[in-house]
Design a protein. Structure first.
Length: 122
């Protein structure tokens, strides 16, 4: 959740998953009022934090968000068809490696590569 303050407030609570609405309300009591009536409160629950592809479950459909790789690995992944924005499905997890599908093609990815590919649920 995001809590924004107008000029009357001198501090800002940024997005932190550990803050519950009750913790924020103890700091700023107006934070619990209805979002439609409180311009200071904006809830953004549709934002999903990217996670490494190595953490995805079997059968999960994910979209590539970021490639945290060097130039050579980013080029190799792009040549394989794994570019930012494409949807892939995790077919099999074996040890640290993964077998993923993009369309009809299947690509085997090692654990090190999978850890450098950040994804979000599709």
């Amino acid at each position: 959740m995001y809590v924004k303050y107008n000029a009357n407030h001198s501090y800002l609570i940024e997005y932190l998953e550990v803050f519950s609405p009750w913790v924020i309300a103890s700091i700023v009591p107006s934070a619990l009022s209805a979002p439609s009536s409180n311009p200071l409160f904006v809830s953004n629950h549709s934002v999903t934090k990217p996670f490494p592809l190595s953490m995805a479950d079997e059968g999960a459909k994910v979209r590539i968000h970021t490639l945290r790789a060097g130039r050579a690995l980013a080029l190799r992944l792009t040549e394989l068809g794994l570019n930012v924005g494409c949807e892939i499905r995790v077919i099999q997890r074996q040890g640290g490696g993964l077998l993923v599908a993009r369309g009809e093609g299947r690509i085997a990815i090692g654990g090190g590569m999978a850890a450098k590919i950040l994804v979000v649920p599709a």
